[in-house]
Every structure is written in C-alpha cells, then in structure tokens.
Design a protein around this ligand. Structure first.
Ligand SMILES: [Zn+2]
Length: 322
C-alpha cells in the first residue's frame, strides 16, 4: 500500500488494535521509501459496557505523521499522531518528548541537539488510546550534519565580569528549567515568523573564540541586526512566561507556545508585555537594544523544545518540514 505525500517529508502508519499492521510512508526530499511498522499493540483490558441496542463507536486508527524524515543538527521534527489518542510520548536519541493536544492531533517538536550524531536513528512513539489500549509506532529520522562557524569576540574589562562561568551557568539553569516545561496544549498557530527584519549577524550554534581563546561552546540563539528601539514581534502565538532583566541576556521575554516549545528574545531596551499575558504571532512585545552581555544593539532570538535549544531559523526556512 502506498500513500501519496503532500509537501515535504511525511511518514504514516496505520494502527489497528488487534490486527497485523501494514504501513507505508513517503521519504521526503530524498525520494527513499521508508517502511513504518507497529511493534506492539495491547488491546483494551475490557470491552466497554454498552446499553441495550447501543453500537460501539469504532476507534479512528492512530496515524503517525512527521514533518520531515531528514533534519539538521539543531533542527526539529514536528511529530503528530492523529486518530483516537489521549496521551503519548516520542523518544528519539535518548530523549523523551511529551505529546501535547493539538487541534486535530497530538504533537511534539522532537528536537535534535547540536552534537547529536549524523545518520539514521529510530523514532519511537508510545501512545495510549481513550479506552486504555496502548501501542507503539516507530519510524526512522536521519540527522544531517551542520558545519558550525567560528566567531572571534573581544570583550573589555567592564564586561569581563559577565563572562564568569557561574553567572552564565546560573542563567542557563534558569532558562533550562523554563524551557523544560510542557504546557499540554497547542498555543502556537500557523507559520513561525521572524521577530525583526534584520540581517543574521550570528547563526545559532556558532562557536566562539573570546579574547583569543580556543573556539568553544555553541551560540544559543540567532543574532539579528536591529537598531536600538526596533519593534520586536512574537514569532508565534503563546503566553509570556518571563519578562525581566537577566545578567547575560539583558532584558528578556520568553513566550510559551505550548507543547514544550518556547521562544526567547534578549538584550531588549524595553519590554512591552507582562508575565502571564497571551500574545499573537506578529504582536509587538518589546524594543530591541543592547542590554546584558552585548557589544552592540541586536536581537538574540532563541527557540527551545522540551529543554533542548534549537536553531530558530530552521523554524522559518522550511528545513524542519513545517
Ligand atoms: Zn546571540
């Protein structure tokens, strides 16, 4: 059986409670065919009690849909399960992502980290049906290598205190705690938008040589050139969960887009939203600036899924398949 795919990488599996499963998928840009199969299916522990004359409502078989079957390091695959599913998790490269309730499916942005190994890796999705049945769907996602650039930076003595590893570690711990939360609902809606129109001055993942040191680390966001006072807009809809001054990132806003997906906006000169506020994609949330550890006015833009920092540009350039 062959299913015709629309658009980029797409995978599909048909799940039947008691049957042997046949499944097919399209192979995205590569044109390769990928076989998807069910590896376990546990029937309900009891047949639902029906009133006299009542007929059972058939379950809609779950179907696994991937936005792409090839993804770059620091990219993400939007993993969706349609049909009658009430809960689930997706496991990839040793990380487990909680599925959240979408408009027509359950979903998670399955993240690929900066240092994850290129090549094919198994994806496992464990699901629970409304009647308590459990099942597992699997597929394969191929990680593509990203060549990280290196930038040399000079900081003067006034800013050197901000290079204290503990200062940075404390801030990263705060962000990691926020980014690891999962709101079990879809707050984002539609395409992911650039927060300003400025040119990219430093890509996500870029390695840095500071004051002549050996290149290390990976830049945790995308730097976009923006004059001080440039309006900064929300990359998508969601709830503001942080709006305050930090030491390294300066004035920062974080938006929770639901399903464990967050965006962050840093070095702001002015914050125009408050924590708890709902915003729409494209709404002005702040003005760009040069606060915190910054050598000139710009916007540092972050995206993270369930605790993994990602390349925000891959949410707007189509390489994640959405
Ligand atoms: Zn930056």
């Amino acid at each position: 059986m062959r299913i015709v795919c629309a658009g980029r990488g797409f995978a599909s599996v048909l799940f039947l409670l008691l049957g042997i499963i046949a499944a097919t998928a399209c192979g995205g840009d590569s044109g390769d065919e990928i076989t998807t199969r069910l590896i376990t299916a546990v029937p309900a522990d009891a047949t639902p009690t029906l009133a006299p004359g009542e007929t059972p409502t058939p379950l809609v078989p779950p179907e696994l849909v991937l936005s792409a079957v090839q993804v770059y390091q620091a990219g993400a695959v939007l993993v969706s399960v349609t049909g009658d599913v009430k809960a689930g998790t997706a496991t990839f490269l040793g990380r487990t992502f909680t599925l959240a309730k979408g408009s027509q499916s359950m979903f998670a942005f399955v993240a690929v980290d900066t240092e994850d190994s290129p090549g094919p890796h198994p994806l496992r999705v464990d699901i629970t049906m409304p009647n308590g049945s459990k099942g597992t769907l699997e597929d394969t996602i191929t990680v593509l290598k990203t060549d990280w650039t290196v930038d040399s930076l000079e900081f003067d003595s006034q800013t050197s205190e901000l290079l204290d590893p503990k200062t940075n570690a404390d801030e990263l711990a705060l962000l990691k705690a926020i980014y690891s939360g999962v709101t079990p609902a879809k707050l984002w809606d539609g395409p992911w938008l650039m927060p300003v129109n400025g040119v990219v001055t430093a890509r996500y993942g870029e390695q840095r040589s500071i004051n002549g040191s050996a290149p290390s680390g990976h830049h945790s966001g995308t730097d976009l050139g923006a004059m001080e006072g440039t309006p900064v807009t929300a990359t998508n809809s969601g709830r503001v969960v942080l709006a305050k001054q930090l030491k390294v990132r300066g004035n920062m806003v974080i938006i929770d887009h639901g399903g464990g997906l967050f965006s962050g906006y840093c070095h702001l000169s002015e914050i125009d939203v408050t924590e708890g506020q709902m915003v729409h994609g494209g709404d002005v949330i702040a003005l760009s600036g040069n606060t915190g550890l910054s050598t000139g006015a710009h916007l540092h833009w972050e995206i993270a899924s369930q605790g993994v920092w990602l390349d925000a540009l891959r949410f707007t350039d189509g390489t994640n398949g959405f």
